[in-house]
Write a protein that binds this ligand. Structure first.
Ligand code: BES
Ligand code: ZN
Length: 667
């Protein structure tokens, strides 16, 4: 069971922060900072409005902030120099949570205090990836982007890094004249300084959790795609990006029909360089996306629908702590599928996509320790990145679908709007959601026996749902035909798949992967070769298809495509693709040494979070009990390489990865 607050090392309702928002709470941030690509640092002053929480004991006079991998140069309270301390909190590993910045406020300050912290990031700050020109498309200018979710905001600036602390923010960011600076806020224009730099001004008037603060600086161009939507990217791909995401306004309108009015003013999208470790990140007013979505046919744009959905479920109504992350991702997955089904005018699409989601869930549950396969995981002492999986997305989604089926879709749709209206601008726990839902549907006959405790806390898979298979049937049949062929029971299937869309193709490949996993069986090498002959998969540009085909090739030990697979994992760093592929290569005969070698040679291409997770995955590659030594040696081997090469940032990540691996093994 989860720990009670008083049992927690940090004495807080949130196990992932060292700050004390129950006593003093930040309400607004004014950030004035400058970006230096030369020193790979961002430095400046973060000024917070800090309020005493009314229920707090009046003799408590210290406000605490989270600070990690930062240098604190000085603090002022209401304009007066004030002492501060920076210290580790017993029981809270500084490698994970950083340090507690403690500042004493004057006893007399009853209302709001202005707390100004002068600080600098360090090149180790894990929220920021600093890319050399070689990692950009243009090759001429460096680039930076941040990724603060879940607990990296504290490495970008000192803050109360807890989702329950929602602040408005304004920022003035100074960058070189050639650069464009974007933030998760509304633009208030730019000015030129006497030294020829540019100051970009931003305003986020909607209260926002710190994990949603975001910054991107580079050589960027833009295209307007509607009144309130614009895409940004490096100049060489901006037109392709505008084409790929042209449906954004329609996604947004459809989402508004399903929810309540859009509160954030603008919805822009920036397409980042290929090392961005996620598919998309819902930074308010400015979603970040991976270039692996650029399929050329808009077939992967549903990631944008997902990030748009977060404008309500996540950004407006937010998980109280990372234990309740499913309230962000499960609701968003539900809303994303509603948006897509409504736009396609086909309810069956909701079920079709859910079938793919179920595979994601079963894959991840098979790999996760029990404490992380619960819908409400136990994450005390852990980095939430470590607990990240398909569980909050797909188990959360299935919980909502179960509820929806019990009360009926129209009533559930109405409920969703009420839920958003009730909890907008604040945060929610799983129990608060349960209470709110049960009150709304008080006395409903289909909810009497609803097993909330089981859904929230039971590890492993949830009850198997039934989804309409009309749209998946053809793909599943084709998978069965290929598997028969593989067993020597038939010819190469002759089904004409020319008119198939990406969803049908990925569903087909998923169905093959599911069947192989279930039967713990390997394909014949000749089968993937024949599939390539039939469908040209090894030349395919679509990342979702290439990913699945690569997994099949590794399963079949088909090394004719090893080069293609290694190219795929070294030219993009999206964790959804690189983690399973490195894991599979490492487990295979054909790819084990290539995986280690390739990862070592390309480690500084990856985002620090991705490098850390891939290293941890390879450390646990063997899986079975009793093989700790070999796996630990592999992880240590990789770490040693980084130290030898003085790649301090990666070395720290890898050391942490070995730690993750060892803790996972203990559980
Ligand atoms: N908020 C997540 C990404 C994230 C989660 C970053 C946890 C850091 C920690 C984002 O909305 C997301 O879910 N992205 C998915 C998109 C997909 C489910 C459509 C991704 O990155 O693949
Ligand atoms: Zn999401």
């Amino acid at each position: 069971m989860a720990l009670t607050d008083s049992e927690r090392a940090n004495n807080s309702q949130d196990p992932s922060t060292l700050s004390n928002p129950d006593v003093f709470r930040c309400t607004h941030l004014q950030l004035d900072c400058a970006v230096s690509f030369e020193t790979k640092t961002i430095s400046g002053v973060a000024t917070y409005d800090v309020e005493r929480v009314s229920s707090a004991q009046s003799d408590e006079d210290k406000v605490f902030f989270d600070a990690k991998e930062l240098i604190i140069n000085g603090v002022k309270v209401n304009g007066k120099e004030t002492a501060h301390t920076l210290s580790a909190v017993p029981g809270m590993d500084p490698e994970v949570f950083g340090l507690r910045l403690s500042i004493t406020l004057p006893r007399s300050s009853l209302g709001t205090s202005k707390v100004s912290i002068s600080y600098s990031t360090t090149p180790r700050s894990s929220a920021i990836q600093w890319l050399p020109p070689s990692q950009t498309l243009g090759k001429l200018r460096p680039y930076l982007f941040t990724q603060c979710q879940a607990i990296h905001a504290r490495t970008l600036l000192p803050c109360q890094d807890a989702p329950a602390v929602k602040i408005t923010y304004k920022a003035n960011v100074t960058v070189s004249a050639w650069a464009t600076c974007l933030m998760s806020a509304l633009s208030k224009g730019s000015t030129t300084t006497s030294s020829g730099k540019t100051i970009w001004t931003w305003d986020q008037p909607v209260p926002t959790s710190t994990y949603l603060i975001a910054l991107c600086v580079g050589d960027l161009s833009s295209r307007d795609i509607s009144k309130r939507c614009r895409v940004w990217a490096e100049p060489g791909i901006v037109d392709a990006v505008a084409y790929e995401f042209a449906e954004t306004e329609e996604f947004l309108k459809t989402a508004e029909e399903l929810t309540i009015p859009y509160m954030w003013g603008r919805y822009d999208v920036v397409c980042l360089p290929p090392s961005f470790p996620y598919g998309g990140m819902e930074n308010p007013c400015l979603t970040f996306v991976t270039p692996t979505l650029l399929a050329g046919d808009r077939s992967l744009a549903d990631v944008v629908a997902h990030e748009i959905a977060h404008s309500w479920t996540g950004n407006l109504v937010t998980n109280s702590t990372w234990e309740h992350f499913w309230l962000n991702e499960g609701w968003t997955t539900w809303l994303q599928r509603k948006i897509m089904a409504k736009m396609k005018d086909d309810d069956k699409f909701f079920d079709f996509d859910a079938i793919g989601g179920w595979k994601h869930l079963t894959d991840d549950v098979a790999l996760l320790p029990d404490n992380f396969s619960r819908l409400v995981p136990i994450i005390d002492g852990c980095d939430p990145d470590e607990a990240f999986s398909g569980v909050p997305y797909e188990k959360g989604f299935n919980l909502l679908v179960d509820l929806e089926r019990r009360v009926g879709s129209p009533a559930f749709g109405q409920y969703a709007k009420t839920y958003l209206g009730t909890f907008k601008y604040v945060t929610v726990t799983s129990t608060e959601f349960r209470t709110h839902f049960m009150n709304y549907f008080k006395g409903h006959k289909n909810l009497k026996d609803f097993d909330w405790e089981g859904w929230f806390h039971k590890p492993g898979l949830c009850p198997t749902p039934t989804f309409d298979r009309t749209l998946s049937q053809g793909s599943e049949d084709l998978a069965a035909a290929w598997l028969s062929y593989d067993e020597g029971k038939g010819e190469v299937p002759k089904v004409d798949t020319k008119g198939w869309n990406t969803n049908q193709r990925t569903c087909f490949l998923d169905a093959m992967l599911v069947a192989l996993e279930k039967a713990d069986r390997k394909l014949q090498k000749g089968t993937t070769v024949s599939m390539d002959r039939a469908y040209g998969y090894s030349k395919v540009k679509n990342s979702e298809i290439l990913h699945r085909y690569s997994l099949l090739c590794i399963n079949a030990e088909d090394d004719t495509n090893l080069k293609t697979i290694l190219k795929f994992v070294t030219t993009q760093g999206r964790m959804k693709f690189v983690r399973p592929l490195y894991r599979a290569l490492y487990k295979s005969k054909m790819g084990r040494s290539a995986a280690i070698k390739t990862f070592k040679e390309n480690a500084d291409f990856y985002h620090p979070i991705a490098a850390k997770m891939v290293a941890a995955d390879m450390g646990m590659g063997e899986g079975g009990e009793g093989e700790d030594e070999g796996a630990r040696k592999a992880a240590a081997d990789v770490a040693e390489f980084f130290v030898d090469n003085k790649m301090a940032i990666a070395a720290v990540g890898i050391a942490a990865a070995v730690g993750i691996y060892l803790t996972r093994r203990k559980k």
